[in-house]
Ligand binder design. Structure first.
Ligand code: AP5
Length: 217
């Protein structure tokens, strides 16, 4: 990046582990996490015009129209804190058009992390996911069991049913190749079937490699 700050994109199918890994990346590298899905859910919760437009698409597991998403992400990327600390962009771009829109602004990552998990593992991850509205922590009933005392307050996302997850997966597969096409030189594929800690190990190798190149450049 021009100012020496790291710029990281993270992509992968629904429930591949993007949010889980983003929490670890933020803790270690101090980047600003920009999650397109979280930004959209906040708009929906606040009942803004953008949120009202986005809701039905999200409920179906379809991509929200670009007119809502592109400006939202571009505005976020332009914030002072983001420019100062560097960014971790999660869930954007999700189509060739969305990649093109930021490419036009000269916005590119130093590394593009693609977390690969086969479809047959993803449905279980979706259906068992719960999150803690107080801390934002992501749990899984089997793979990362929550402490019993907080179980009553955990929430499940409305798009985390098997049927909706299947449509989210279809949407992902229909678009991922177009997105990757923009970032071939920055692409690092990560085996997302490993344990959460092992996935993070692989991610650190990729980010540290990109950071080193930034210093040399
Ligand atoms: P978004 O919120 O981005 O959802 P998603 O891509 O479907 O991803 P998830 O949040 O479901 O999963 P994740 O990869 O973060 O996995 P997690 O770490 O939680 O998007 C939602 C919707 O918003 C879209 O459908 C669309 O409508 C809209 N949208 C978003 N961006 C858009 C855009 N750019 N354009 C248009 N529309 C957009 O992990 C999942 C579970 O698995 C957890 O329970 C976790 O504990 C567990 N787990 C994680 N890692 C492991 C592991 N290694 N082993 C075992 N279990 C694990």
């Amino acid at each position: 990046a021009a100012n020496g700050q790291l710029r990281v994109m993270i992509a992968g199918a629904p429930a591949a582990g993007k949010g889980t890994q983003c929490a670890k990346i933020v803790e270690k590298y101090g980047l600003v996490h920009i999650s397109a899905g979280d930004l959209l859910r906040a708009e929906v919760a606040a009942g803004t015009p953008a949120g009202k437009k986005a809701k039905s698409f999200m409920d179906n597991g379809d991509l929200v129209p670009n007119e809502v998403v592109v400006e939202m992400v571009k505005n976020k990327l332009a914030e002072d804190e983001v420019l100062q600390k560097g960014w971790l962009l999660d869930g954007y771009p999700r189509s060739g058009e969305q990649a093109e829109a930021i490419e036009k602004e000269g916005i590119r990552p130093d590394v593009f992390l693609l977390i690969n998990v086969p479809d047959e593992l993803l449905i279980d991850r979706v259906v068992g996911r719960r999150s803690d509205p107080e801390t934002g922590e992501i749990y899984h009933l089997t793979f990362k069991p929550p402490p019993p005392e907080i179980v009553p307050r955990l929430v499940q996302r409305s798009d985390d049913t098997e049927e909706k997850a299947r449509n989210r997966l279809r949407t992902y597969h229909a678009n991922v190749d177009a997105v990757i096409g923009y970032y071939k030189d920055q692409l690092v594929e990560i085996d997302g079937t490993q344990s959460m800690d092992a996935v993070f190990e692989s991610i650190q190798v990729a980010i540290d490699g990109a950071a080193k190149e930034l210093q040399v450049a």
